[in-house]
Write a protein that binds this ligand. Structure first.
Ligand code: BGC
Length: 442
């Protein structure tokens, strides 16, 4: 078994959280509504009929939770800023009470000697902007630049680490192509402009932070999964390449000046309809790091009947691997492969900004023996180390997540935390996986 020291000095050990998933307090202190407030209050959208109105009450209990993170010997704490606490209508008037909350939160992190990592956008688009087209409309770009400006000016004296976006391919694909996440829209004519505006915002938001904070460390977080072809047949290999272009390369290659991966996924050609002059330049940015978010791997099958992609994917479960409670297969080697894949790009540093798993946790006495999560984290971390020892420049590992929280479409049934949340009494119990982290980082 490896030790913390094997990862080297200066390796960042942290946890990641997102505003809508933990904060609750949805009407407190002038917060505006986001697309997730709207979506989760629609019928049959969230599996257990829940919403994020209360969640973990992190808005009120943040100090307790920060103390918990500290007690696990973590040194980095990633959270996102709710856009509508700062700008309730997405643009226009700044809400001082919203700024006050994040000032308290940041100060609290620093008091506990946890380095704050701020994600600007973790999926909670202001509903006021959605009414004007949301990510499909170019208006989102100026609004996002303003949001980045306000946040970096307000918090940049204490926050050094910035993540512009969380998984643009997830929120555009799930929210605007298949309608499974907020705002529940679908179709290629929603999806492609949403993709392009998200790519633009990724770079434009970063540029604004850089302008205000020349010494900040700026990154963006990409969801990525190792995609295996279903066989070595050239048709299957080409299918895997199309899926890889869609799921892994869509938001990283434009940043690097390679453009969208149109060669491997011709339908993306239509995205050029949404370009304005100079967009090829504007979508580039020289990030200090790229956040890697990896959970599972997929197998791709060629299928001409599937529109645009002409392929479909299945989890590795076909290959009889263990699954998490939400049906994701446990495939630690996929982490290694994806880190190697991304290390071929000219990226300064990779940081694993999310990795973790949901299982059916049970409280026994005052303990949660989440052995499967423990094994999951240990095995994935082992693969991070393997890649690092082979020379991949990996600067940190953040577990998703500190405590069980509102898991989007799955509601509160999908538990990802190192800490168990009792949502009725708002109590927390450190799970065995959390206790292992504590001991490992000691
Ligand atoms: C997201 C998190 C989410 C996690 C587990 C990531 O894609 O960034 O918000 O909770 O996966 O589904």
């Amino acid at each position: 078994m490896y030790s913390k020291e094997d990862f080297g000095e200066g390796f960042r050990w942290g946890v990641s959280l997102a505003a809508y998933q933990v904060e609750g307090a949805h009407e407190a202190d002038g917060r505006g509504l986001s697309i997730w407030d709207q979506f989760s209050n629609r019928k049959n959208r969230i599996k257990d009929g829940s919403n994020g109105n209360v969640a973990c009450e992190f808005y009120y209990r943040y100090e307790e939770d920060i103390a918990l993170a500290k007690s696990l010997n973590l040194s980095h704490f990633r959270f996102s800023i709710s856009w509508t606490r700062i700008l309730p209508d997405g643009i226009g008037e700044v809400n001082q009470l919203g700024l006050d909350f994040y000032n308290r939160l940041i100060d609290c992190c620093l008091r506990y000697d946890l380095e704050p990592w701020v994600t600007l956008y973790h999926w909670d688009l202001p509903q006021a902007l959605e009414k004007q087209g949301g990510w499909t409309s170019r208006i989102v770009v100026n609004a996002f630049i303003k949001f980045a400006d306000v946040c970096s000016k307000s918090f940049g004296d204490r926050v050094k680490n910035w993540i512009v976006m969380n998984e643009p391919s997830t929120f555009t694909g799930m929210g605007y192509l298949v309608g499974y996440y907020a705002p529940g829209r679908f179709g290629i004519n929603n999806y492609l402009p949403a993709v392009h505006h998200a790519t633009l915002c990724q770079a434009e938001g970063a540029r604004m932070i850089r302008r205000n904070l020349p010494n900040a460390t700026i990154g963006t977080s990409i969801s990525c999964s190792y995609i295996a072809p279903s066989s070595e047949n050239p048709k299957q290999i080409a299918a895997a390449r199309r899926v890889d272009a869609l799921l892994n390369r869509l938001h990283i290659e434009p940043i690097l000046g390679m453009g969208y991966p149109i060669k491997d996924l011709p339908v993306l050609e239509q995205i050029e309809k949404y370009f304005h002059p100079y967009d090829e330049e504007l979508i580039k940015f020289d990030f200090d790091f790229i956040g890697i978010q990896n959970y599972f791997s997929l197998v791709a099958y060629n299928n001409p009947l599937i529109p645009y992609l002409q392929a479909f994917v299945v989890p590795f479960k076909k290959l009889n691997r263990p699954l998490t409670s939400n049906g994701w297969e446990v495939h630690p080697e996929g982490m290694y492969r994806i880190l190697k894949q991304f290390s071929a790009y000219p990226i300064k540093e990779l940081i694993v900004t999310e990795n973790g798993a949901a299982f059916h946790d049970r409280v026994e006495g005052n303990r949660v023996h989440d052995n499967q999560r423990l094994q999951y984290i240990q095995s994935y971390l082992g693969e991070v180390l393997r890649a690092k020892q082979e020379g991949v420049n990996i600067g940190g590992y953040f577990v998703w997540t500190l405590m069980d929280n509102f898991e989007w479409r799955a509601g509160f049934r999908s538990r990802f935390g190192l800490v168990y949340t009792d949502f009725v009494h708002q109590t927390r119990i450190i799970k065995d996986s959390g206790l292992w982290i504590k001991d490992f980082l000691k």
